[in-house]
Every structure is written in C-alpha cells, then in structure tokens.
Design a protein around this ligand. Sequence first.
Ligand code: AMP
Length: 429
Amino acid sequence: MLTSRPRGTNDILPGETEKWQYIEKVFHDVCRRYGYKEMRIPIFEHTELFERGVGDTTDIVEKEMYTFNDRGGRSVTLRPEGTASAVRAYLDGKLFAVPQPVKMYYIGPMFRYDRPQAGRYRQFHQVGVEAFGAESPAIDIEVVALFMDYFRELGLTELELMLNSVGCPKCRKVLRDRLQDYFRSHLSSLCENCRSRFDRNPLRILDCKEAKCREVSSDAPTLFDSLCDRCLNHFKIVREGLDELGVPYTLNPSLVRGLDYYTNTAFEVVVHGIGAQSSIGGGGRYDGLVELIGKRDIPGIGFAIGMERVLLAMEKQGVGFPSVHGFDVYVATIGKGTETYALKLTDSLRKAGLSAERDVMGRSLRAQMKYASKMAARYTVIVGDEELAREQVIIRCMDTGKQEDVHIEDIIKILLEKTTQPQGGSLSV
Ligand code: AMP
C-alpha cells in the first residue's frame, strides 16, 4: 500500500522525464515566438473561483473537483483547469493596467476526479495559453495558429482541427429557445443527464457523447443558423485568417462550450488512431469570464492541451525525440592511482558544461565500460596508470567504438568539439 500510487496518478521517472522536458521545451519556444510570457499560478484556489469560473453546470464542477477544507476551515480546490486561475491572476496582478493584449502561458498539473483509463487521469498535465484584452478576431487567428504550430513542431500528424462559433449571449438566447423547442418533443429519447440539462443548459445536450443523444442532436438547430451579424462576421474573419495561413479545419457545429461566458470561436483538436481519448486540446474565446470573476469587461481567449495525450499520440505515431544520450562523457579508470585524476577530470568536464560521470561503485574497467554503454554515454575517457604517466588518455566514441590517444591538456577542448556535433539516431517513445 505504501508503495502504490493513488489511482489516476503517474510517476514520471528518468527515461520518461526527458520526453516531458522536450515537449515542454518546444512549448516554451513556440510561445516565445508568438510573444507569450510564462505565468506560474497556484495549484489550489478558493473553491468559489472554479464554481463560478468553470461553471456549476459542468461535469468538472458537479462531479470532478478535488475539494477540501484546509485547517482554517476554508474550502479550497486543486485546480481542474487553468483558465479561471489565469483570469484571477490577471485581475489580482492588475494586468489590465498594462498595455493590452496580455499574452501568457502556463505548464503544470491539473486535477479531476474522473474514472481513470488510458489517456485519462486524476492528476494530468496541461500546457495552455490565455490572451486578455483583445476583441479582434486577429487574436483568435493567432491563438489557433500557435495551437497548431505546437503540434506541427512536435511532428504530430493526422490531426483534425474542429472549429465552431458559439456566438454571443444574444445569439445563444435565440439558439437556446430553438433548442428547447426542438428537444421538447424528444425528451424521452435523451439520457437522464441531458433531460436535466434541458432546462438548465440545453446547449450541452449537443455535447453529449451518448449514442441516443447524438442521434437526436444530429437534426437539432445549429449555432450557425442562430448567429447574429456581428458574430457571423467575427467567425468569417477567423476562418479567412486560418485559410490565409493554410491551417485546415473542419466546421463542427456541435462543438460547444455551453457556458454563458464563452463566446464566438471554439476549437478542438482530435488525433485519429489514439483510442477513445482522442481530444488532445481545445480552447476558445471567453469574453464574459473576466466580467464574471472581476466585474471588468475584458475579453479573453485561450486553449489547453493535455500533455499525457500529446505523448500518447507521439508514441502511437512513432514520432522521434531528439535527445539520445544519457550523458556526454564517462570517465573510466584502471588502477587505484588514477582515481584522484578521474575525480578532478570529471569535475573540470562538468564545469566546462558537459554532463560527466565516473565510477562510484568500485567496478572493474570491463564493468565500467558496460555501464557507460548501458547508460548511453556518448564518449568514454579511459584513464590508465601507464597512459597517465605519459600524460595521455584514451577517448572512445561509444557509438562507433573508435578510440584515440589524446594528450591530457587537450581532453576538454576535444570533447567540447565532439559533443557539439549533431548526434545520430533518435529515441522513439
Ligand atoms: P479541457 O480543459 O477539458 O478542455 O481539456 C483540455 C485537454 O486536456 C484535453 O483535450 C485533454 O488533452 C486534456 N485532459 C482533460 N482531462 C484530462 C484527464 N482527466 N486526463 C488527461 N488529460 C486530460
């Protein structure tokens, strides 16, 4: 029991961590290119923030939050998503007072009490961006382009970007009435959940995954038919922008974020062939959310991408990772007299910026070489008593087995040169 982890959580251990660092690095880099700056926000917040900011008719708030009273008796919740916290931080940090737009991104764990399965966990990780203060569809285009660029940089393929507009509260009122008129005569064919959604939030019926509800929904009135001129125009500009950039998308009128503060553009990416949990990320505009949380009428748009699903998709598609070697140099020793030299050489290599290891287990040379090879060292420096007396060591390239004698004064220079050369091969997940 003490050694088993809580259901729905994962340990990310060496061997895996490198893949995480890589997909995080690519995200940092794509965000840098688009001018988004990193934000680091709390893992827990006051429960009310999510009740209001995620919406109390959502599955997340109704069933999935990790909520508890802290020792001061205050209800707090482990964040189930990043947007509500980002809005709070924007307001708390008075970022409305700096030049707009404010463009930020985050990377970190989220928590949802859901039934775990492949690609669905109770602690999972997201990368996401939020852009505040811009009303123009230009920012929608930028956010969707950044979203798709991330997948492109990672080398993922077979992605389908789905796009919709959920309009503004005015268009949604029209749709809501039309949907209620439509679903009223089909109530008995809907699942229990959707029957309860009928009064509270009929838009969410369109989002239901139950086969019987999907069938009824397939003939329901769509948002496209209910958009007002302003929302139609906003959506048109977004689509034209994506067309200009050559970003392909599928219009999907049943892609809804059925909450009052979501507006206009909604999008989601699914990867074909990774199983049931095929959605790897999604987002949209939330022009009413800042107002709801902080009484300031400030528009916003963002997305979140599930990192476990990104890795799952990369694995399924056999996408390679660039880092192949465990470390740059292994310093192997023969004979007791060489230990102090190996200690100092390893230290100098590390100070010169290389990753270097030496024997700490008292192994024979043969066992040291075996270890270096198993741990995927790029080069081994072999330090022997006799060679050292001649101020020489042997440098062995572990990939090719090629060895050369090198004067001790040149070791660092030569290894620095060699390790800046590109590495061959690639590691697949
Ligand atoms: P959402 O915040 O629900 O829009 O989710 C955004 C993305 O986060 C999804 O597309 C998934 O990739 C990921 N995600 C959401 N819930 C989970 C979960 N329970 N486990 C793993 N990934 C998740």
